[in-house]
Ligand binder design. Structure first.
Ligand SMILES: Cc1cc2nc3c(=O)[nH]c(=O)nc-3n(C[C@H](O)[C@H](O)[C@H](O)COP(=O)(O)O)c2cc1C
Length: 145
């Protein structure tokens, strides 16, 4: 299956998680494209059955430019897709960017593969073990397809 892992990042944490998820997914033979917001457009979403969407949490939300890309993609690519949202955030934050993305996608009629998946940052670095957890998530997603 074609899978798009699409993410935004400023300091690299969400990018590392996205790449690890893609690694776990790719190991099972799926056709995975891993794209950063700044070099992507709506066309990357077209005709791809599964979108794995990763965002840093900025003030509890999705960064504006990434939110705009997602909304444009929904407009152009329609709602016949499955998705999974993940984010990076501080521990004990009960709602992060992935919850916002999840709500938006469900509201637009896309099918959630799993609940929103948080990855924890301490200071400004990923907590130890989060990258391994991301590879595992990639494998889990693949096992659900
Ligand atoms: C401007 C700014 C606002 C942030 N706001 C939040 C927040 O509201 N909640 C949270 O859990 N983390 C917050 N963080 C932490 C980021 O979510 C975290 O550092 C994330 O891993 C950054 O992702 P990136 O390295 O991919 O850019 C904030 C970071 C920045 C720079």
């Amino acid at each position: 299956m074609r899978i798009l892992v699409i993410y935004d990042t400023v300091s690299g944490n969400t990018e590392r998680i996205a790449q690890r998820i893609a690694e776990g997914l790719g190991a099972s033979g799926h056709q995975v494209s891993c794209r950063r917001q700044s070099v992507s457009g709506e066309e990357d979403f077209m005709g791809v059955p599964l979108w794995v969407i990763g965002s840093p949490t900025h003030w509890g939300r999705v960064p504006f430019r990434f939110n705009t890309l997602l909304r444009n993609a929904l407009k152009d690519a329609g709602s016949d897709h499955a998705f999974l949202a993940f984010d990076t955030r501080y521990e004990k934050v009960h709602s992060g960017a992935a919850d916002r993305v999840h709500q938006l996608m469900v509201r637009e009629g896309l099918r959630p593969l799993m609940s929103p998946q948080p990855f924890i940052v301490e200071g400004n670095q990923l907590r130890q073990g989060e990258e391994e957890k991301a590879v595992e998530l990639g494998r889990t997603i693949a096992s659900l397809l």
